[in-house]
Ligand binder design. Structure first.
Ligand code: ZN
Ligand code: ZN
Ligand code: ZN
Length: 351
């Protein structure tokens, strides 16, 4: 906070609060807000009925429980006091900021990510272990997919998505975050919503899935071909595979994030697919499925040891087909450490 010139940090919904305290605020209309002054003890302003769920931590934060007839925003404003620069939770309800603004007319507001983002980005060994365990779990599911153990032909995308979700839980995740299943032309939409489309022989099927295991996220994408793919698809996949591997190799401590994006994009552009790679190369991952650092042109932040992020280039031909290849990688002092190790090739399944 001192480095950023922030006097007070206000955290509510979102994962900054549990990152610092272990407590998840209820995503409800009643305000829960941790007020952290630069100096002195923090205070958690909390609805009286939620207070029994929180253990006060002397020396870390105290509790200030508010009753139903009190105005909790006024309590927060009083705690902010004479602070001039306040960082406000990125995912806190806007209504509380709207109510706070007139009570603190002289305050300059910033985003909480300015303060908490750099802390959350640099994963410690226990966080990397948690990411690795979640990554291994989805690797096992991807291996089942590549072994033909997850039926595809004749099922709808939605059925396969539900199947993947059940396997995500069976492999130890508490929460399924997403299970994209996109067949044929549907895979040209990177975040396709799995629907009633029946998967057929001869198609490429893209599966991008992940969940949260013990507070940390997994996220993997693999494609399988139901029968031998057309040579054009096979050739495009080889470009994608090479681009993904080049970006993983580039993920060395000290390298700016945008250079990792360029490492993948250069290869896809040289093969003539540049206009079909319509998104950044990756996103940070941790407690949130998407967080800093973003692997995107314009992000000059150099990778630090402990940064964890996806590397997931894709090629999407509208109306025809789409493909993406995604691993989570940790920038380790010894070099790039991919947490997903399952086969990267375009596995062809007998149909
Ligand atoms: Zn109720
Ligand atoms: Zn993904
Ligand atoms: Zn991802």
């Amino acid at each position: 906070m001192a480095t950023q010139g922030v006097d007070t940090l206000l955290l509510s919904l979102g994962l900054d609060l549990p990152y610092l305290t272990g407590y998840h605020a209820m995503p409800l209309e009643r305000l829960t807000m941790l007020v952290v002054p630069r100096d002195g003890e923090a205070t958690m302003v909390i609805p009286r009925l939620e207070a029994p769920r929180v253990a006060e931590q002397p020396g870390v934060f105290s509790l200030l429980a508010w009753s139903e007839t009190e105005n909790p925003v006024a309590l927060v404003a009083r705690l902010v006091g004479a602070a001039r620069v306040v960082a406000f939770g990125d995912q806190a309800w806007a209504r509380f900021l709207v109510e706070l603004l007139p009570l603190l007319p002289h305050v300059e507001f910033r985003r909480s990510v300015d303060v908490v983002g750099p802390l959350r980005m640099a994963k410690d060994p226990s966080e990397i272990a948690a990411l690795r365990a979640a990554g291994s779990a989805v690797d096992r599911i991807a291996a089942q997919l590549q072994a033909g153990l997850i039926p595809l032909v004749g099922r709808t995308e939605a059925e396969v998505s539900a199947d993947l979700g059940a396997r995500i839980v069976a492999e130890g995740h508490q929460v399924v975050n997403f299970a994209i299943v996109a067949a044929g032309e549907n895979a040209a939409s990177p975040h396709h919503t799995p629907g009633s489309r029946v998967i057929r022989a001869g198609e490429l099927v893209l599966c991008d899935f992940g969940g949260t295991m013990n507070g940390y996220c997994s996220d993997i994408t693999r494609c399988v071909s139901l029968g031998r793919p057309p040579s054009e698809v096979q050739a495009a996949y080889e470009v994608l595979h090479e681009a993904q591997a080049a970006a993983v190799r580039a993920a060395v401590v000290g390298t700016p994030c945008e250079e990792i994006d360029r490492a993948a994009r250069r290869i896809i552009e040289q093969a003539g697919f540049g206009e079909y790679f319509v998104h950044r190369t990756g996103h940070g991952i941790g407690m949130d499925a998407h967080e800093d650092p973003y692997i995107v042109e314009g992000n000059r932040r150099p990778l630090e040891a402990g940064h964890a992020f996806s590397i997931e280039p894709g090629i999407y031909l509208p109306g025809r087909w789409g493909m993406r290849l995604e691993d989570i990688v940790v920038a380790a002092a010894e070099g790039p450490d991919p947490l997903n190790r399952v086969d990267h090739s375009l596995v062809v399944l007998d149909v």
